[in-house]
Design a protein around this ligand. Structure first.
Ligand code: THU
Length: 147
C-alpha cells in the first residue's frame, strides 16, 4: 500500500491484509451462474473477528444477495452487529464499490467505516461509507423530533 493509505481509517496494514485475504478466499465460493461476476467481502468486528461472504445469485435475479450482505448476515447470525472495516474484491479494474443496497445495509450497523476495494491483479483503492452514502436515511431518523 502507498504511504498515503498506510493504516487507512486507523486500521493497521496487517489487519487490512487479513481482511483482503478473507475476501479473496471467500470469493472462490461465490455462486454466480448468471453473471459470472464473483465477489468476496470481509467485515472486521469491533472485537477483531472477521466474517466473510460471497454473492449468492438466484434465477429470479432479484433474489440475488450480494457478498457484502452475505458477510453481514453471517456476522449478525453469530451475534456481531458492530463493524469497523470492510474489504471487497471483484475482478475488475478499478475494483468495484459496494452497490447502493449494500451501502444502505452497511449503514444500518456503522456510522462510518473505512472500505478497501481490491482486485486479483493487485489493484486497490480506499473509500469510506460516508463518502459512498452521504446524507443517508438511518435509524436516527426514527428518534429525531417529529414535526
Ligand atoms: N454484487 C455484489 O456481490 N456486491 C456488490 O456490491 C455489487 C454486485 C454481485 C451481485 C451479482 O451477483 C453480481 O455481483 C453482479 O451484479
Amino acid at each position: 500500500m502507498s504511504d498515503q493509505t498506510d493504516d487507512f481509517g486507523g486500521i493497521d496494514d496487517d489487519t487490512w491484509d487479513r481482511l483482503a485475504e478473507a475476501a479473496r478466499n471467500v470469493r472462490s465460493h461465490a455462486y454466480v451462474p448468471y453473471s459470472d461476476f464473483p465477489v468476496g467481502a470481509a467485515l472486521l468486528t469491533t472485537g477483531g473477528e472477521i466474517f466473510a461472504g460471497c454473492n449468492v445469485e438466484n434465477a429470479t435475479i432479484g433474489a440475488t444477495v450480494c457478498a457484502e450482505r452475505t458477510a453481514i448476515g453471517c456476522a449478525v447470525a453469530a451475534g456481531h452487529t458492530e463493524f469497523v472495516a470492510l474489504a471487497v474484491i471483484t475482478a475488475v479494474d478499478p475494483p468495484s464499490a459496494p452497490c447502493g443496497i449494500c451501502r444502505q445495509v452497511l449503514a444500518e450497523f456503522c456510522d462510518d467505516m473505512p472500505i478497501l476495494m481490491i482486485n486479483p491483479a493487485g489493484g486497490h483503492r480506499f473509500t469510506t461509507l460516508d463518502e459512498l452514502l452521504p446524507l443517508r436515511f438511518s435509524g436516527r431518523d426514527f428518534i429525531d423530533d417529529k414535526c
